[in-house]
Design a protein around this ligand. Structure first.
Ligand code: SF4
Ligand code: SF4
Length: 442
């Protein structure tokens, strides 16, 4: 694609990176076929190619974002299916990330939208505040249809996404070391994060047990907190980078202290952002090298487990599991086979979901900010999953777990919970009833 930036514009490293990406696009349009918003809306401006043109225009003209640009970029899920499909290697993720940053800096959103985004950015990253919000959501859940009828769809969406039961309080992990059960084979840091310990504390509990059982010492680095992914996807770059620097400091302390074989992540949305820290901080002389080192050491938990090899395992009950590939894992990190191979080796019957490349509509805060499209995508995903008649759905991202759980009665669990169970851990909470039913039917 031809571009027409001035020399002065190209002296800005962000514009220079964006220009390279724009020039790689040959506008073939292959990406439109796998873009969920184009599939739903059929509008070129809601396709990757259309958005690329909008971003090019916004950047070249060096003007504030227009309402039209904002509308179509806001509708993008950042699912990155387009990057998997693109034959020219267009790095759409870096382009749309920068577009969101420009929008945030140059466009004044309506007051309610601004307030909602500010609340999300403040509450979601603070586990104490977020837990209070979940309690409030549980109480107000029955009012979801009232908020929807009043036109307050994002509030209704938040209430519908609230778990039906209050999860157990998260354990205080900062600075804790979890020793291996057998001779030490390795040492890793495990990201605690912000949302995950509040909504699904069982995920990291299972990951720690599983790793310890396989000879891996697990540490939760002192001071580590939100990875910055949520702020990053809302274009709030200063907040995102400050959160990234905080975690880089925490992990660098461990890397330079007792050392780490890997930094493991059980939320694939966070993993995608942490693997990109090196790029995000490339122009920060104080952090560029440290950020690149952290990114190079970061692995999704299933990548690391596949490399480690699970000890002899066998599913305690012969369950059929639909594997839902989170976009951030399949498109963002290109981790495709490992979770499925691990589950199969652990004795589960693993089934791929039809249209598996299409997003479930979760996408960070997308299911709150774009509830109509998110609900359509969830309905489509759930229909595809239910065709398989699985006993459970496994996935590697808390956003997908919450999004799917709100649309189906099939239990949704994290992949590591199943692997932990198959190698000696407890039955994952959402599966207890299924397992009991199976046992009494025998
Ligand atoms: S597939 Fe790639 S090269 Fe083709 S239009 Fe889409 S982004 Fe551009
Ligand atoms: S990231 Fe997803 S929603 Fe956005 S343009 Fe690419 S395929 Fe479409």
């Amino acid at each position: 694609m031809q571009t027409s930036f001035t020399i002065t514009q190209l002296m800005d490293p962000q514009i220079a990176s964006s220009e390279k990406i724009l020039r790689a696009c040959v506008h073939c349009g292959f990406c439109t076929a796998t873009c969920p918003t184009y599939v739903l809306l059929g509008d070129e401006l809601d396709s990757p190619r259309g958005r690329i043109y909008l971003i090019k225009e916004m950047l070249e003209q060096d003007k504030p974002a227009t309402p039209e640009v904002v509308k179509h970029i806001d509708r993008c899920l950042s699912c990155l299916a387009c990057m998997t499909t693109c034959p020219s290697g267009v790095h759409y993720m870096h382009l749309v990330d920068y577009a969101r940053e420009r929008i945030e800096k140059t466009y004044k959103r309506p007051a309610l939208d601004r307030a909602l985004r500010a609340v999300l950015a403040r509450v979601l990253v603070n586990p104490g505040l977020f837990r209070l919000a979940v309690v409030a959501g549980l109480i107000a859940r029955p009012l979801a249809p009232v908020f929807a009828a009043l036109g307050m769809r994002p509030v209704a969406a938040m209430l519908r996404l609230t778990p039906r039961r209050m999860p157990a309080p998260p354990a205080e992990r900062s600075g804790k070391v979890y020793p291996p059960e057998r001779k030490r084979r390795g040492r890793v840091a495990l990201l605690s994060g912000c949302i995950n310990p509040v909504l699904a504390p069982s995920t990291n509990e299972a990951a720690i047990r599983l790793l310890n059982r396989h000879g891996i010492e697990v540490v939760s680095a002192t001071g580590e907190a939100c990875c910055g992914s949520l702020a990053h996807h809302m274009g709030r770059e200063d907040e995102a980078l400050s959160q990234a620097r905080n975690n880089i400091d925490a992990w660098t302390h461990e890397l330079e202290g007792q050392g780490l074989d890997a930094i493991l992540v059980t939320v694939s949305g966070c993993g995608t952002t942490i693997k990109d820290y090196g790029f995000l901080l490339r122009n920060d002389p104080a952090y560029a090298a440290k950020a690149a080192r952290v990114s190079a050491r970061t692995r999704d938990v299933t990548e690391y487990l596949a490399m480690l090899g699970l000890r002899e395992a066998g599913a305690p009950a012969p369950l059929t599991v639909a594997y839902h590939a989170a976009c951030s894992l399949q498109h963002g990190q290109k981790v495709l086979r490992q979770p499925k191979d691990l589950l199969s080796k652990a004795g589960f019957v693993v089934k791929d979901v039809p249209e598996g490349h299409l997003c479930c509509g979760s996408a960070g805060t997308y299911n709150i900010l774009q509830p109509v499209l998110a609900e359509q995508l969830r309905a489509r995903k759930v229909a595809n999953i239910e065709l398989l008649k699985p006993d459970a759905i496994a996935t590697g991202n808390i956003g997908c777990i919450m999004q799917l759980s709100a649309g189906t009665n099939i239990p949704v669990v994290h992949t590591v919970e199943l692997l932990d169970w198959a190698t000696g851990g407890p039955v994952p909470g959402p599966l207890v009833e299924v397992v009991e039913r199976r046992a009494s039917a025998r």
